[in-house]
Design a protein around this ligand. Structure first.
Ligand code: GLY
Length: 388
């Protein structure tokens, strides 16, 4: 099902150079941040620790807390540098406290554990990691709304689904395969089908949030969520859809997910600016120019997977777009200063609708930017480990 990418020697050399720089920087960061669960940096470029009590960012259940350990496992899979393995294991141990906070868990169980314990189990066979991932999978399955046919996203809004959840479905595909229980896969596919019906618009753009009728599952209304406004097109949401539908195709072989992924990919590429640096929302006013590098990194991962799935003549279009984004961001947004814990800069949490850039987290380093940028570069290099 998967083709090799046939990179030109020049492109391969570029990807090797980028990976060399990531590895050089990460091999220092992994040691100094081993006992932290970071999701970004403070004003001095030092990793903030989500587990540090008393800090305003203290939150053991923050949805990003699996990326640091996951990034370390991904790097260990490729380099076999034991320092990465040690940090991955330490991260998993720390995260056990979050796993037990049942009332604070929401749908982001895949981001939190599949990239961490799922990766650990696949790479090392550790039984404790398998157990953690199963626990997470069962909590995720329990969030499925039977009449509605969707997985409930957050705890405050019982009737909402969000496009991001496509990225939590691999946890359910894994559970189904691991014990041969198709129920987990059925839940994942029902949610993916709902996402095609309700989140994916006719033109290939995506609504971030859908509210459903609790009894029938019917779409009640959509919300702009982290984007500019209702009806706009939040670029990270487009990227979650692009990569998320691609992953559902990889796990199921169902063509409707591939078709959906291609629709989103075509929309995403058509809306990229000439400089290939993704804006926070494709339908926001042209000024001010506000970037979200994380959207580009996530989309690049999905585009590269599409290029591997499709015949080369068709896949080349998606690969070229991914490479254009990775190169543009590599040049403009990567921070190679060894003393800083910031790697991919210019991520943005949400569109600053009230004009307050700081409060909205605009142009900052975010751990999943580092995760997906590294994943994309490793895909170009032909790395075999697929964390999803
Ligand atoms: N999953 C939340 C976000 O993308 O910001």
């Amino acid at each position: 099902m998967s083709n090799s990418l046939n990179l030109t020697p020049e492109l391969r050399a570029w990807a090797e150079e980028m990976f060399g720089k990531i590895d050089a920087k990460m091999s220092k960061m992994t040691i100094r941040s081993r006992n932290k669960i970071p999701d970004g940096v403070d004003e001095n470029g030092v990793h903030k620790d989500r587990f540090e009590e008393g800090k305003k960012w203290f939150n053991k259940n923050w949805w990003c807390n699996g990326f640091w350990g996951g990034l370390n496992y991904m790097l260990w899979a490729y380099t076999k540098n034991e320092e990465y393995l040690k940090t991955g294991k330490r991260s998993e141990e720390l995260m056990d406290e979050a796993l037990m906070n049942y009332d604070k868990l929401d749908h982001d169980l895949g981001f939190l554990w599949h990239l961490l314990s799922g990766a650990s189990y696949k790479l090392t066979g550790d039984k404790a990691s398998r157990c953690r991932n199963f626990f997470a999978a069962n909590v995720l399955a329990s969030r499925y709304v039977l009449n509605g046919g969707f997985i409930r996203a957050w705890n405050r809004e019982p009737d909402w689904s969000i496009i991001d959840c496509l990225m939590n479905l691999p946890l359910l595909y894994w559970a189904a395969d691991e014990i041969g229980d198709v129920r987990y896969k059925r839940i994942a596919m029902a949610h993916a089908d709902m996402s095609i019906m309700d989140h994916l618009r006719e033109d290939g753009s995506i609504a971030h949030i859908c509210e459903h009728n609790r009894e029938t599952g019917e779409l009640v209304k959509t919300y702009g969520g982290q984007g500019y406004c209702e009806g706009s097109s939040w670029s990270r949401g487009q990227a979650w859809g692009l990569y998320g539908f691609t992953i559902s195709y990889i796990h199921t072989g169902e063509k409707r997910y591939l078709d959906a992924a291609k629709r989103v990919a075509n929309y995403f590429i058509a809306n990229c600016s000439d400089d290939w640096l993704p804006r926070i929302d494709f339908r926001a006013p042209a000024e001010p120019v506000l970037y979200d590098s994380t959207a580009g990194a996530i989309a690049a991962c999905g585009l590269i997977e599409l290029a591997k799935i499709l015949p080369e003549t068709e896949g080349r279009y998606y690969l070229d777009a991914a490479v254009n984004m990775l190169r543009a961001m590599g040049e403009k947004f990567m921070n190679w200063d060894d003393n800083s814990d910031c790697m991919l800069d210019y991520g943005s949490v949400r569109y600053p609708c009230d004009g307050d850039l700081k409060k909205a987290g605009v142009h900052i380093s975010i751990i999943y930017g580092d995760y997906f940028y590294t994943e994309a570069i490793l895909k170009l290099l032909g790395a075999e480990f697929f964390p999803w």
